[in-house]
Design a protein around this ligand. Structure first.
Ligand code: F6P
Length: 361
């Protein structure tokens, strides 16, 4: 059997561990494994330039490395591929037929795609075109439905928790309000869990629209009750009641890049309370670095299950972690599901029990 493997979307700690797991499990079965560089782009390059042959030697010692040895493309879309023409104008082309041709020329039996929600939708479309695909869910956002956890999330959440904890001493020393913006796109998992574990006083997430007056009341109340500092965690996808997401970048044909809501919240708190307020954006630090042991293990187990599915001929599936079992569901079922924070989630209820403010009264 000849397996292809690629990594798509934003990188996440654990990708290399998963590449190693797929390669070792496949090679032991006598399968050949070829990595595609930069998502699907490697299949559009001539010769071997876009490919990397994977064996025991290539994947030795990579399990604890961040990033991906294959490279990746954020928001890369082979069905609506963006490039520039001779005059510097953006052109959108459907590259999927060219990719299918190259896939067949390589004599591939199937593709193991490591990716998030965008990669899942692309995988489902390629499966319809005749490519045999298994998706392994990765993303620091933890927003894929059909699985309990994506790898990459634990590493990002652990790092973000540490960052939130570090803000306490500086906030307290200066008697300031410190606002930190975390990633997560339209899901609040990172902000909720890092905020709760890091003992934030206010947590704003996309699933609960916030009222800035209530946020200010909560901050003011701390100062009035002898706790003169505050740590506020804001998910990049959090939005004020009646307002839209705050967007930092819009590129034609691509999902907008969220960001800026932390600065906005900080400015409003300072204006309305008069309290000295600072803000920071943790940004891509959340995606960098080594995976935690939990993520490494999850990524290895995901990779192992992906190869077992391929060996059994179970294509068109997404590997799914349903503790304590690794299982799978069809790509079409996975595409329909979303994983966002439920208002009755016990982490939300626990935070409320502690008096943490979500800005919703
Ligand atoms: O999906 C992962 C993620 O890190 C999001 O949390 C964030 O909104 C986005 O990717 C950032 O993307 P980029 O790397 O293109 O800036």
């Amino acid at each position: 059997m000849h397996l292809l493997i690629n990594t798509g979307g934003g990188d996440a700690p654990g990708l290399n561990a998963c590449i190693r797991a797929v390669t070792l499990s496949a090679v032991r079965r006598g399968f050949r494994v070829t990595g595609i560089r930069r998502g699907y782009s490697g299949l559009l390059e001539s010769g071997e330039r876009g490919l990397l042959s994977l064996d025991r030697d290539t994947v030795r010692g990579i399990a604890d490395r961040g990033g991906t040895i294959l490279g990746t493309v954020s928001r890369g879309q082979p069905f609506e591929y963006l490039s520039t023409d001779g005059q510097g104008r953006s052109v959108v082309t459907d590259m999927s037929d060219r990719i299918m041709t190259r896939y067949r020329e390589l004599g591939a039996d199937g593709l193991i795609a490591l990716g998030g929600d965008g990669s899942l939708r692309i995988a489902a479309r390629f499966q319809e075109k005749g490519m045999r695909v298994i998706l392994v869910p990765k993303t620091i956002d933890n927003d894929l439905g059909g699985t309990e956890a994506t790898f990459g999330f634990d590493s990002a959440m652990s790092f973000a928790t540490d960052a939130v904890c570090r803000l306490h001493s500086t906030a307290e020393a200066h008697g300031r309000v410190m606002v930190i913006e975390l990633m997560g796109r339209y899901a609040g998992w990172l902000a909720l869990q890092a905020g709760l574990a890091g003992a934030a006083h206010v947590i704003l997430i996309p699933e609960i629209d916030f009222d800035i007056d209530l946020v200010c009341d909560s901050v003011r109340h701390r100062y009035e009750t002898n706790r003169p500092f505050a740590v506020v965690v804001v998910a990049e996808g959090a939005k004020q009641k009646g307002s839209d997401f705050v967007v930092t970048r819009r590129d034609a044909g691509k999902e907008p890049t969220l960001g800026g809501v932390g600065a906005l919240v900080a400015a409003r708190i300072q204006e309305r309370t008069g309290l000295e307020t600072r803000h920071l954006v943790l940004g891509h630090l959340q995606r960098g670095g080594s995976p935690t042991a939990a993520d490494r293990l999850l990524a290895l187990r995901y990779g192992g299950e992906a190869v077992r599915l391929a060996a059994r001929g179970q294509w068109g599936r997404m590997v799914s972690w349903q503790p304590p079992r690794m299982t799978s569901l069809s790509l079409n079922d996975a595409v329909k599901q979303r994983h966002v924070v439920g208002l009755e989630d016990d982490a939300v209820r626990t935070a409320r029990d502690f008096g943490i403010c979500f800005g919703d009264g």
